[in-house]
Ligand binder design. Structure first.
Ligand code: ATP
Ligand code: MG
Length: 311
């Protein structure tokens, strides 16, 4: 059935991205909690209708590693997109510092991502195009799922005009070729790069090409294209994990493995052997949420102290 705004009770704000706001909502009739993303677009009604129709394919994206889609609608120039609410939030906020993700948890998250990406590719012929920690969501059951993949050409086109942000997960070949053909040159290999970069970020707790070390965005993008790719922190993770990441972060796209090859990598085979209950994902998620609230509390009191200092 169709979801309508009248059926939704607005709850907390879950986060803000470059293009809009995500809020928790409750579908009043079914009592299902959802996450609703609002995307403001300056488009006419027929284009907005086109987007809603293109999003319909998401009803077929049913997999344990993909955030469930409930429906979309538009009001005036905003598209509203309702999806499964993931109660532990996105990975970026769960990986709170250096080496806070144990290797078995890292492997479980990575394999979930690869399974999700390969499902999209094989079953729906979809390339994700926006793999990054904020688009990997986790719940308290310890499940890891992908969201925000590119299904609507019209939506992508409308968003592409806006900025690319100062945290680029774009593969070197995309940075180089972007001026010619932004969407056309996109291949699965570029998502494999973004996967590798996301893994490194999880283990460091920070984006691997920190903006503050470069004088400008151009210098930062130069480093991605011409510098050595980042690696997992030494002495904390095994060579198996490091090799996996190095394979994803090959500078030449043709040398990067396919998803099928990644699933056969020792790092992911070891995870498969550990089995469903063999990794304490729930324990890690609980710990990560606790650390996240402590960090938020610290930041809040620091901000307060600063405010008092000024006043
Ligand atoms: P960008 O705009 O560059 O894609 P982003 O992914 O952070 O960045 P949004 O997709 O708008 O931006 O999401 C904003 C935040 O909302 C995310 O960082 C995430 O923490 C939270 N969020 C998004 N979807 C859900 C969901 N289904 N359940 C819980 N939290 C969510
Ligand atoms: Mg997102």
């Amino acid at each position: 059935f169709q979801i309508k705004m009248e059926d939704l009770e607005l709850m907390d704000e879950l986060g803000k991205g470059n293009y809009g706001t995500v809020r928790k909502v409750r579908h009043t009739r079914t009592k299902v909690d959802m996450a609703m993303k609002e995307i403001r677009l300056e488009l006419d009604e027929s284009k907005l209708n086109g987007i809603i129709m293109e999003l319909d394919i998401l009803h077929r994206a049913i997999s344990p590693q993909i955030v469930e889609f409930y429906g979309a609608f538009f009001i005036e120039s905003c598209v509203y997109y309702c999806m499964e609410f993931m109660d532990a939030g996105s990975l970026d906020k769960l990986c709170w510092g250096r080496a806070t993700v144990p290797e078995d948890v890292l492997a479980r998250i990575t394999r979930s991502m690869v399974l999700g990406l390969s499902f999209l590719k094989d079953e729906l012929q979809i390339i994700h195009r926006d793999v990054k920690p904020t688009n990997v969501l986790v719940n308290r059951k310890g499940e890891v799922k992908l969201c925000d993949f590119g299904v609507s050409g019209q939506l992508e086109k409308s968003l592409a005009k806006t900025n690319i942000g100062c945290q680029s997960y774009m593969a070197p070949e995309r940075i180089k070729g972007e001026s010619q053909n932004m969407l056309g040159t996109y291949t699965v290999a570029s998502d494999v790069w973004s996967l590798g970069l996301s893994i490194v970020e999880m283990t460091q707790g920070t984006y691997p090409y920190p903006p503050e070390t470069y004088s400008n965005v151009f210098a930062q993008l130069q480093a991605i294209v011409h510098g050595d790719p980042p690696e997992l922190p030494a002495e904390i993770y095994s060579d198996t994990a490091k090799d996996f990441v190095a394979r994803c972060l090959e500078k030449v796209p043709g040398r990067r493995p396919t998803y099928a090859q990644l699933l056969q990598d020792r790092f992911l085979l070891q995870d498969e052997e550990r089995g469903q209950g063999g990794v304490d994902m729930v324990g890690w998620v609980n710990l990560a949420i606790e650390e996240r609230s402590k960090k938020r509390e610290r930041e809040r009191s620091e901000a307060e102290a600063q405010g008092q200092g000024k006043g």
